[in-house]
Design a protein around this ligand. Structure first.
Ligand code: SAH
Length: 217
């Protein structure tokens, strides 16, 4: 089998796995199809880029499992006019997927190395509507609020109040909640005049959301 055929097969298998696991939103599947995940992993992991698994990236962090990326993206119910805040840029992959479905994405990362690499990759794959910001995502991006959607891709022990404050009316905040290295769950908070409605979704395993900017790197 040629390298091209092998990679086309892997790509088809990738989409099939997402469908089989219950991702039904065509726009989300299209975005997952169009963003080349192999460009967001280290060279030594290119072969596994389309397997449904998390992979290590720099600074001891991980690029999330494709199913979880697709699932969270689907749960955000994105509309083309939405402004989205992501906490935990990591590789930039989730931000790239979001950028295909929303008007603008602001993504906050506490490691300078990760933020810089993500910026380069996002530019290289043509995601011009993503802004990567260095900082402590627990504080959100106050100068750029409010956001129609907020997604946190690191596990929080409690919901950061700043993120609730920066969520627009009718906004959705999606985050993994639970102890570091313990059982975590994706929680969906919807803001309305009546307050915040909470829905508990799937069980997950994320790296921890840590306060403050990283001191090194
Ligand atoms: N969305 C990423 C997955 C990132 S893993 C992707 O698609 O690749 C979680 C990321 O959250 C890590 O890069 C980690 O450094 C970052 N992080 C953890 N706590 C943070 C905080 N308080 N502010 C910003 N980023 C944070």
């Amino acid at each position: 089998m040629s390298a091209d055929t092998k990679s086309a097969n892997r790509h088809m298998e990738f989409l099939l796995t997402l469908r089989r696991r219950g991702i039904g939103d065509q726009a989300v599947l299209r975005a997952m199809d169009e963003i080349p995940r192999d460009r967001f992993v280290a060279l030594e992991h290119t072969e596994s880029a389309y397997a449904d698994q998390a992979l290590p990236i720099a600074c001891g962090q991980t690029i999330s499992q494709p199913y979880v990326v697709a699932y969270m993206t689907e749960q955000l119910r994105l509309r083309p006019h939405h402004r989205v805040l992501e906490i935990g840029t990591g590789s930039g992959y989730q931000a790239a997927v979001l950028s295909r479905l929303a008007r603008e994405v602001v993504s906050v990362e506490r490691y300078r190395t990760l933020a810089e690499h993500a910026r380069e990759r996002l530019r290289a794959v043509g995601c011009g509507n993503v802004e990567v910001v260095m900082g402590d995502g627990m504080l959100g991006a106050p100068g750029k609020a409010p956001f129609d959607r907020i997604i946190v891709t690191a596990a929080a022990e409690t919901t950061p109040q700043a993120l609730i404050d920066q969520l627009a009316d009718d906004g959705i905040l999606l985050l993994p909640l639970g102890p570091h290295n313990g059982p975590q769950q994706i929680v969906k908070l919807t803001k309305s005049a009546a307050g915040l409605a909470r829905e508990n979704l799937i069980a997950v395993r994320f790296v921890p959301l840590l306060a403050g900017q990283a001191r090194e790197l």
